[in-house]
Design a protein around this ligand. Structure first.
Ligand code: FES
Length: 128
């Protein structure tokens, strides 16, 4: 699967909202660094966090076991299965579309996600 990622810090800096529908289009036209915006291929057997690390990126994490929210992302397109989520609430998963990269695997050919969202207020009580 191909995972397109956009760092939440870019949204904060540009004044973009997580609910904007053209985020990835705007990001593709902005002059962003590879750690802010790009695409990784996730191989079978890899979690999204492992895939990012295996391609040389440092994405946030703490427990690596679905028990904090440090690795949380918001999915904008596609979907990520999350066996072993022990921390996100139904509302965070179903309404915000939050997922955990440490236990998350893509279940669609293409996924678009906003990473580094653990700094959002909605996750403040879950951070380690
Ligand atoms: Fe703690 Fe993913 S690193 S839930």
């Amino acid at each position: 699967s191909q995972v397109y990622y956009l760092d939440y810090g870019v949204l904060a800096a540009e004044g973009w909202s997580v609910t904007d529908n053209d985020l990835f289009e705007k990001a593709s036209k902005a002059d962003l660094d590879p750690d802010q915006y790009g695409r990784i291929v996730v191989k079978p057997g890899e979690t999204i966090l492992e895939a990012a690390e295996n391609r040389g990126f440092e994405w946030p994490y703490a427990c690596r076991a679905g028990a904090c929210a440090n690795c949380a992302v918001l999915v904008k397109e596609g979907d990520i299965a999350m066996p072993g989520n022990n921390v996100l609430s139904d509302e965070q998963v179903n309404v915000m579309n939050a997922r955990l990269t440490c236990v998350g695997v893509p279940v669609t050919e293409e996924v678009k996600l906003i990473k580094d969202v653990q700094q959002l207020e909605q996750f403040s009580d879950l951070r380690l």
